[in-house]
Ligand binder design. Structure first.
Ligand code: ADP
Ligand code: MG
Length: 609
């Protein structure tokens, strides 16, 4: 029989090395922990130096409150923190750190040096620790603030050192960590030097949109919409990308909870839900969202790196996020803070190219005709009903200043894409060219028409106002077995949505009525397509009202494909109707409806200033 193993209490040094496994994964984790400490210390300037991807050196200097000698020594003890006192404090944490383990952990697995001076002291302190062993403490002269240098990460932990990846990989982790921290703290001046060369120099005192421009370039904001929303105690601000700009990955989704870069699974779902039917499948928006809510409603103590948080009232957060994003993307909120030209400009080609396009003839295009849209308050709502909603997007300045109401108010200085436009003609037998006061718009009339029909149908459905029209000649339709199964399964829903469908035996159905808005479409192909769409959407396990949306999507597409001519009047009507939709920039499948090019952009391209 084996001897009973001896239980021992681990020495602090061993415990620190174990903790280091959780907190310090790679050089980028050092950057995160040290910069967060600097932010907690009230710094307005933080300078980061990286050598050899962070293996050789990660140094973070700040001008924060600094530490006196006693505190500098305490700081490297395990569970030493100035940020909480007792368990209750964990319930409402306002600082980024609080676990008191980062410095102890880092000092245990590297050569570590602190040079710090408290604001009210004349003399600074230097502390040197090697692999967890205190080597030196002495007085030094140094400016107020703290510089922490971490050299030779994992030099005595070969097992961990092996896990460090190539220079490029570690460097790219450092860069993305830097960007996240820089976005989370726009007012703090931040610089990053890589192997002695300046990679970023971000000025202090910036607002968030300046910080975005400083990091991603001056025109980055052209494709973003401002978010500002308050609901159920959750305030959401920031920016989200317009639906015509999207990415293959979620690499540009930055979320911050009470100032901390953090996320939760529900945040991802909510973003997806908010963009549902706006983006082609498998594409993702860029988002920069700041959530602020009562700290007691957020549990940040879920993970040692605090990257993931838990919300006490998850559905409130989810609903607020969806509403916030939808409000920002809706036609009322087409403006940006600075009132620049709206930004469908420079939109990259959509990934999902439509399959078929009908040929449109704009019959007898006469000498172009200017038609004006009445100017209306952009978010007037209320009176006027459909009419005022219909014209919102085309109106310019709201005629009355908006009350600063909490809730769905769009960014106040919202500016519409145009206050007038005229049809210039058609390009490639398909696209409609519109001149506007600020440039020109290329519209895909099919996509536009799909959007209009889709929203009209969904709105009627929500209001319980779907009208059904009997066909003069009921039609029998034989479906593929799969499609037939699908129609059988959803026959009740189809009836609610205005389809008169009944089983005729086998896989054959009789259609004797259609939703009024689609009554001119051939019943057989319509039913086939609708069944097909349901089948496909179902296999993707979509959520929410996916059945209704799928039916509306396919019906709209089929109806549009059945058209072959549009008169000028119809085009003009389409432009007005599109303006009345909630999401005028994309079709229900996520393709763009409009691509706007501003005169500013033309002037730039032609080299006129
Ligand atoms: P935590 O941040 O969770 O408190 P750390 O181990 O990261 O734990 O830091 C320990 C303590 O050291 C902090 O609570 C803080 O008092 C002090 N400290 C660390 N970095 C700095 C800094 N840059 N400026 C001033 N004080 C610091
Ligand atoms: Mg810390």
């Amino acid at each position: 029989m084996a001897n009973q193993p001896q239980i021992r209490v681990l020495s602090d040094n061993v415990a620190n090395k174990i903790a280091a496994g959780e907190v310090v994964e790679r050089p980028a984790s050092l950057v995160k922990e040290l910069v967060e400490n600097a932010v907690d210390a009230g710094s307005t300037q933080i300078d980061i130096d990286i050598i050899a991807g962070g293996r050789k050196l990660v140094s973070v200097g700040d001008n924060g409150c600094g530490m006196n000698r006693d505190n500098a020594l305490l700081a490297i003890e395990r569970h030493a923190t100035s940020k909480i006192r007792d368990v209750d404090d964990i319930e409402h944490i306002a600082t980024l750190g609080f676990r008191g383990e980062a410095l102890a952990a880092i000092a245990s697995v590297a050569r570590f040096r602190i040079a710090t001076c408290a604001r009210d002291e004349d003399m600074g302190t230097e502390v040197v620790v090697d692999g967890g062993k205190l080597r030196d403490v002495r007085d030094i002269g140094c400016p107020a603030g703290t510089t922490i240098e971490v050299r030779d990460l994992f030099y005595r932990v070969p097992a961990r050192r092996k896990f460090l990846r190539s220079y490029q990989t570690e460097m790219s982790h450092v860069r993305s960590t830097f960007i996240v921290l820089a976005l989370a703290n726009p007012a703090v001046g931040m610089s990053l030097r890589v192997d002695g060369r300046e990679a970023y120099h971000l000025p202090a005192g910036a607002g968030f949109s300046d910080r975005l421009a400083d990091i991603f370039g001056r025109h980055y904001g052209d494709n973003l919409r401002a978010v500002d929303h308050d609901q159920a105690g959750v305030r959401i601000t920031g920016y989200v990308s317009i639906p015509t700009v999207h990415r293959a990955d979620r690499g540009e989704q930055y979320t911050f909870v009470n100032g901390r870069a953090a996320t939760a699974p529900l945040v991802g779902y909510a973003i997806k839900e908010a963009y549902h039917t706006l983006l082609p499948g498998g594409r993702h928006p860029s988002v920069f969202l700041f959530l602020s809510l009562d700290p007691e409603l957020v549990d940040v103590n879920v993970h040692p790196t605090k990257r993931e948080v838990r919300f006490r009232r998850p559905s409130d957060v989810r609903d607020a996020l969806i509403a916030a994003i939808r409000a920002a993307l809706s036609s009322d909120a087409t403006g940006k803070e600075d009132g620049e030209a709206p930004g469908a400009s420079g939109v990259p080609a959509p990934s999902a190219v439509p399959t078929a396009h009908v040929q449109l003839n704009i019959e007898d295009l006469p000498e172009t005709r200017t038609f004006r849209y009445p100017r209306m308050p952009a978010t007037g709502g209320g009176e006027g009903g459909a009419a005022s909603a219909g014209i919102g997007v085309f109106s310019s300045q709201p005629s009355t200043p908006e009350p600063a109401e909490a809730g769905v108010t769009a960014s106040a200085a919202s500016r519409a894409p145009w206050s007038w436009c005229r049809v210039l003609g058609q390009v490639g037998g398909l696209y409609v060219l519109l001149e506007t006061e600020e440039g020109y718009v290329v519209m895909d009339p099919c996509a536009a028409h799909e959007r209009v029909l889709f929203e009209r149908y969904m709105r009627d459905l929500e209001r319980g106002e779907i009208a059904s029209q009997n066909l003069l000649m009921p039609e029998t339709v034989e479906l593929q077995p799969r499609d037939a199964r699908c129609v059988r399964k959803h026959i009740e829903l189809l009836t609610q949505m205005g389809f008169g469908v009944s089983e005729f035996g086998g896989d054959t159905f009789v259609v004797d009525a259609l939703p009024s808005c689609f009554s001119s479409v051939q019943p057989a192909p319509l039913l086939v397509e609708v069944a097909h769409g349901l089948e496909q959407a179902g296999s993707r396990k979509a959520k929410g009202h996916w059945r209704e949306e799928s039916i509306a999507q396919t019906a709209s597409r089929t109806a549009v494909q059945a058209r072959d001519k549009l008169t000028l009047e119809e085009i003009e009507q389409l432009v007005v109707d599109l303006a009345g939709t909630d999401m005028p920039y994309t079709c229900p499948h996520g393709r763009p409806t409009l691509i706007f090019t501003s005169l500013t952009e033309l002037n730039r391209k032609f080299g006129r200033s």
